[in-house]
Design a protein around this ligand. Structure first.
Ligand SMILES: [Zn+2]
Length: 272
């Protein structure tokens, strides 16, 4: 990563940075594991626990109930008011329908207790249309703007951005609409998050430097069928965890571990 520009959004004092970088693990609470059409699981998403608050990866439908349920299952407090940042993969509803709720909840709180709005991080093609998607329900008859609810930070492929105490890299994926995946690092540990993607060996190569890869699977030409993942190198399969499953997904069809709603995913350096 030495040749990559680091954008410090919220630089920390050096001594503090050092103490954070020695925390050699990432804790993510999986909020949901379902595909867009799942009737029993929340949309694929997670909350990463940092010492500054929570960083969401995507923000699905019924986000407050989903976070409460994940908190109950995991035993880890997940207060929506502690969300500082949201990494957005793309604008399909099963990944962003909760943004309106989080935006309003924080906006209402700020009317009496000034605070910085949550930050949204995504690639430029997704950021460009974010307000187009939120405005009809949030523009307060034309008087409010996206910045009234969220600050938006565009992530550039090939650069590393420091978000809270995590170093985040982004890579566009091939999906039905613009989408991206992430590599999220703290200390020596890296979590790979595929985002929605058709089966793409080059994307899996990029993710494979991570210690744990959360990869989507759904039987569709714009997603990744399980048979494609089953054919991967055993070392990659061993560190892969599946998400974005249809309700009909057959767990016996694969030896790759399947995530569940509310599961705690601790990522530690694997000594790569
Ligand atoms: Zn999608």
């Amino acid at each position: 990563m030495d040749d990559i520009r680091i954008t410090e959004l919220n630089p920390l004092p050096t001594s503090r940075t050092n103490s954070i970088l020695t925390t050699m693990s990432i804790r993510a609470v999986i909020i949901g594991t379902g595909s867009a059409l799942s009737e029993r699981s929340y949309g694929s998403s997670a909350a990463i626990v940092t010492e500054h608050g929570l960083i969401l990866i995507d923000c699905p439908d019924a986000i407050l109930r989903a976070m409460r349920d994940a908190s109950k299952t995991s035993g880890i407090p997940l207060d929506a008011m502690r969300i500082t940042d949201i990494l957005v993969t793309h604008l399909h509803g099963d990944h962003v329908n909760g943004l309106e709720t989080i935006g309003w909840k924080h906006w209402i709180a700020r009317q009496t207790a000034p605070a910085a709005p949550p930050r949204i991080h995504t690639i430029e093609v997704v950021a460009r249309r974010l307000w187009e998607r939120l405005a009809p329900s949030m523009d307060q008859n034309g008087s409010a703007k996206l910045e009234d609810y969220f600050s938006v930070n565009v992530l550039e492929p090939g650069t590393t951005t420091l978000i809270s105490d995590l170093a985040v890299e982004v890579r566009p994926t091939e999906h039905l609409i613009p989408c991206c995946g992430f590599r999220i690092s703290r200390g020596g540990a890296t979590l790979g998050w595929s985002g929605d993607t058709r089966f793409d060996p080059s994307h899996i190569d990029w993710l494979s430097t991570a210690d744990v890869i959360v990869h989507e699977t759904t039987e569709s030409r714009v997603h990744t069928p399980i048979a494609c993942l089953n054919a991967l190198d055993p070392a990659v399969r061993a560190k892969m965890r599946l998400i974005h499953m249809d309700d009909a997904f057959d767990q016996t069809s694969t030896d790759i571990a399947v995530l569940t709603d509310g599961q705690v995913l601790d990522v530690s350096p694997s000594g790569r």
